[in-house]
Write a protein that binds this ligand. Structure first.
Ligand SMILES: [Zn+2]
Length: 129
């Protein structure tokens, strides 16, 4: 059961990654987080929530401010370090919220991110032009 376990997510638009990259650069060296909205199996929109910029390690925790919207399938957040590995705290959040999580690490480019499922396992996502 569960509202988040319907359709497989196949890809993400380049535009979403670029928009997030800009926000992550602006927030650096703080973390930044945003919601991910899917349309027909593609992550197509970034949902920016006021107050998601905060100190290292805690940006993702403010996401309870996200609107109740079942097309929001997960969360993307930045790591101010070059590591896109989930932290222990990330694994806990992954299990609690949504079904797809993306970490974009410094320097926040189109090669410095990885997607994970709710158990923290890596997921392949195609970049859609
Ligand atoms: Zn993290």
């Amino acid at each position: 059961m569960g509202i988040f376990e319907n359709k497989k997510i196949e890809g993400i638009t380049k535009r979403v990654l670029q928009l997030f990259s800009e926000s992550a650069q602006d927030a650096h060296p703080e973390e930044f987080a945003a919601g991910l909205r899917e349309i027909d199996g593609i992550i197509s929109e970034l949902i920016l929530v006021p107050g998601t910029v905060s100190g290292p390690g805690s940006a993702i925790l403010k996401l309870h401010n996200l609107p109740v919207d079942f097309s929001i399938v997960g969360v993307i957040h930045s790591h101010p370090s070059p590591s896109y590995r989930p932290s222990r705290e990330d694994f806990i959040t992954f299990g609690k919220y949504g079904r797809l999580h993306i970490i974009m690490a410094y320097p926040y480019d189109l090669d410095s991110w990885k997607a994970y499922d709710s158990t923290g396992k890596e997921v392949d996502l195609e970049i859609i032009e």
